[in-house]
Every structure is written in C-alpha cells, then in structure tokens.
Ligand binder design. Sequence first.
Ligand code: ADP
Ligand code: MG
Length: 301
Amino acid sequence: MKIAILSRNSHLYSTRRLVEAARDRGHEPRVIDVLRCYMNVTSHAPSIHYKGESLTGFDAVIPRIGASVTFYGTAVLRQFEMMGVYPLNESVAITRARDKLRSLQLLSRKGIGLPITGFAHAPDDVDDLIKMVGGPPLVIKLLEGTQGIGVVLAETQQAAESVIEAFMGLQVNILVQEYIKEAQGADIRCFVIGDKVVAAMKRQAKPGEFRSNLHRGGTANLIRITPEERSTAVRAAKIVGLNVAGVDVLRSNHGPVVMEVNSSPGLEGIEAATSKDIAGQMIDFLTKDAVTGKTRTRGKG
Ligand code: ADP
Ligand code: MG
C-alpha cells in the first residue's frame, strides 16, 4: 500500500516508527509536510500539489497533525478524503478532538464519566460558574491547549476568580473544571486502536506539579487498567469518531473520568513504557480497515 504520513518532521520518533513499521510490512510510506501541500478545490477532480508535483496514487493517509496547524492540516486531510484516500483518523474527528469543549459535550451526551466542567463567556457569570463546578480548588484550561500548557490549578476562590478574569480579558476560551484531587497528579493514557485499548500507561506528575504530561516532566509506567476504564476509553474514542486515539482518564472517587481524547497520541512514551510495537499495530489496523474503505465522512461536515 502507498501510505502518506502527514507530519511536519520526519525525524520525530512517532513519524520514524510509522515509516519503519510500514516498510517492515512491505508498504510504501512517504512523509509529507502538510504545510507544503496546496490544493485545487475543483468540482470534478480534487487534487493536492506538493512542492511542484501532483500527489496521486495513495491508498491511505496517516494524519499526524500538530495542534498549531490544525486548521490547515485538517483542510489538507479533507482533500485527501475527497480524493478517496483512506484516512486512519478522519478530519472531522480530529477537529472535534482538538476542541476540548466540543469533545466533552459529545462525551456527555453519551453518558461518559467526566469531571464536572463549566464554560462561560461573561465575567459577570464567573462567581456562579465557580459555584456550579463545586468551588475551589479548580482547574482552568484553555480550550485548545496541549502538552499541559494553559492548564492552571486555582486553589482558592480569589485565585480562581483572577485567573478566569485574566483569561477572559485576553479573549481566549477556557473551561473550568472540578479538580480531581484523589488522582494525586496521575492520569492514565489509554492508547486505543479500533475497538481495543492496545496499551495503557500511568503518568505521574513530578513532585509539586499536578499536570502529568510527559512534556511537563511526568514519568510513565506500565499499569493494568480495569474493565470499566477499558470500555470508557474505547467508547470515548468511538464517540469522537477516532480510530486511533490517546484517551486520558483520571481515577476519581466517582469512577473513571475522561479528561481528553487526543487524535495524534505520541508513540515514544507509550512504546517505551509498555515495550509494545504500537506503530506496527496502527499499520496493521490501517491495512485491514482501509481495504474495506470504511471512510465515514469523505470530507463532509
Ligand atoms: P493538555 O491538552 O494540555 O494535555 P489536559 O486537560 O490533558 O491538557 O490537562 C493536562 C494535565 O493536567 C492532565 O494530564 C492531568 O494530569 C492534569 N489535569 C487536567 N485536568 C485535571 C482535573 N480536572 N483534575 C486533576 N488533574 C487534572
Ligand atoms: Mg493531556
């Protein structure tokens, strides 16, 4: 199979592993910088051009679209979909996952356990918003943050009010969330492929930090997850519409709660923590699934 890997950097661990896994299985992978793709949006023959050449003949595309290029990246992916190229994750699903509020709303509709979460626009409503989510300590986060940047713990009423007001003053969208203290700075990354959690790791924040992101100095370890955590993660990925997802779960007093669903989960941490060939499993899924051509949206909505 000819597989396009949309990635800005062919030296990244995840990109290298996907290329390697595809080659090992006799496929023809090619890394394509999404920002160098340009498109002809025409009615009959949608096409993508790349550094002067026309990209044709791909059977499948693996999007690894960074948070900073979501808009352009999903537009290029949509074009691949319209050309009939099978995407490992669909553009619509990636767009949903990138917006924390939108994905939590989708999950709440289907009864997935979530931290109590609020969203407001006007500074006049801040007081009531804080009450609504149970008062401090609270977590305040940017809707489109990633790698723990833009996630703040406000331990007092005063801190919560001033942080929320500061974000509102900057005209950025935030959500305000119950702080799951009992998770003790740990979360569980469930790596979902299709309808299975193929690997899971516990990430523990460094001392004095509540964010467990590996980019924020967290450490990863192998963990056995419960059947409830397993089914929560699989359902969450499915609801957002992702074939491959990193579903982050916190162990709360009221059971597993989903914090977020990532559409381009990194491979380095999870492969190191579990010694599993996750890249290989992604390629295996892709080849099985792409053959049946089950693209749901093909560039729609
Ligand atoms: P990002 O997209 O930046 O990774 P997250 O929502 O995943 O943002 O939050 C980053 C980290 O902060 C999480 O991995 C978790 O350790 C911690 N965290 C986030 N929300 C909560 C919460 N409501 N309660 C406890 N810890 C949280
Ligand atoms: Mg996260």
